[in-house]
Design a protein. Structure first.
Length: 266
């Protein structure tokens, strides 16, 4: 009995065969970065990694459909967790380790001629600006860092009511939209979580943001949540995705079409 296989998604490496990859010439590689860590009491440890998967897939699909020769790599499921180490199974890669992993993966891409690389970051603990500076001049790769949650700051409060630092309204809305079966809910349908309140520092300069610290999350939060999730909805998660697809997808199209001349990226 003959069966017909579905056509693979040519932008999604983890679903492709070598035969399929050979049919395409790629210009841009998107490497999502996630994490494995607690997200209050109601969201799975895999939230950041799942966000990298679904956002990466949807923005690359949109870009591909507009002609961008983009390929999505599998999401790295571990990130920097040094300040969550008091919570069980917050699986840490020290920044230097993460940098080394990224450098090796970038070398794999440049070896085959892919020079435009986007780091699509889903985890706030992955502080990668220093990595870009360290790699500049050491690699022929043209690196771009996209913390996707930063791309919607100007419209955040048009979608959401409460700020979200971690496992709050925004992340819970994404989970309700794409993985509702993984969200722990109360009988009334609200997230089975605390309110995500955080403890202020005793130092006003830290609270105002002009002095920085690495925040120990077992002291900052009750259950690793920083942001109230109780007004989250699937509709808000889908609206967020629309904005991300429009903005990041459009950037990928521009990047794919841009020539690598001596003035790039200017």
């Amino acid at each position: 009995m003959e069966t017909s296989a579905l056509s693979p998604q040519p932008w999604k490496l983890c679903d492709l065969t070598y035969a399929a990859v050979r049919q395409h010439r790629y210009e841009v590689a998107v490497l999502p970065l996630g994490a494995t860590e607690p997200h209050n009491l109601h969201l799975p440890y895999s939230m950041d990694t799942r966000e990298g998967d679904v956002i990466g897939d949807k923005v690359c699909e949109a870009a591909w459909q507009r002609g961008a020769k983009v390929i999505l790599l599998p999401t790295i499921p571990y990130g920097t967790e040094t300040n969550l180490r008091a919570f069980p199974f917050a699986m840490n890669l020290h920044p230097s380790t993460l940098y080394a992993v990224l450098a090796d993966l970038i070398e794999s891409l440049t070896h085959q001629g892919i020079m435009k690389i986007v780091l699509l970051n889903s985890h706030g603990g992955n502080d990668l600006k220093g990595f870009l500076r360290e790699m500049y001049g050491q690699s022929p790769a043209k690196l771009f860092l996209c913390n996707w949650y930063a791309s919607i700051r100007d419209v955040y409060h048009q979608i959401f009511e409460a700020p979200d630092d971690h496992a709050g309204e925004m992340e819970t809305s994404l989970a309700l939209a794409y993985w509702p079966e993984l969200v722990a809910l109360r009988p009334d349908g609200s997230p089975d979580a605390d309110s995500g309140r955080t403890r202020p520092s005793r130092f006003e300069a830290v609270n105002l943001g002009w002095v920085s610290i690495t925040r120990p999350w077992h002291l900052l939060t009750a259950n690793a949540g920083a942001g109230n999730p109780h007004r989250a909805s699937a509709a808000k998660g889908r609206r967020l995705m629309e904005v991300l697809v429009q903005r990041i997808g459009s950037f990928l199209v521009e990047l794919s079409q841009s020539p690598l001349d001596e003035k790039f990226p200017f």
